[in-house]
Design a binder for this molecule. Sequence first.
Ligand code: 5GP
Length: 172
Amino acid sequence: MNIEVLISEEKLQERIQEIASEIEKDYQGEDVVFCSVLKGAIFFTVDLMKKYKGDALIDFIRVSSYEGENSTGKITLKIPLQKEHIEGKNIILVEDIVDTGRTFNYLVDYVKDLNPKSVKTCVLLDKKARRIEHFEADYVGFSIDDLFVIGYGLDYDEKYRNLPYVGYVKKN
Ligand code: 5GP
């Protein structure tokens, strides 16, 4: 595949540092739980947590909503959260990308049902042009054009997650 770099490793890390500092300011000494949406958000979550200086916990949730390049629109919960890890806590849902908005809306509703103290959303990449459901994340890394992106956690049929940058497939 002919892969073009869209966001370099350096730009990703710079922006993630800014987001970590923004979150630190917003929570001012309160514990937060970074709730990473598997599998795509793990690289982002780990880098964000390493840069975050406050007290933070990590948890994971897994949903599936996407096959190949086309969203099926149907969301299935594959790995749930445990209520005792969420109840009364400040939750920050961390996602790799928001596209139609369906996954994030589903996740926010799901987390709210577990009685957290608060819920915020943090996404590395925002593809606004493809939104079907209204959704605005509290923290956004980069707004991107309508491209199918891979790397830094994002896959194409489970491959390419290990690229240290965000790229896209150049069609000839
Ligand atoms: P939404 O529910 O917002 O349509 O989709 C969110 C999910 O779709 C993301 O978590 C991600 O798994 C997948 N997705 C959306 N756009 C892309 C993309 O450009 N590349 C990859 N690899 N996955 C995408």
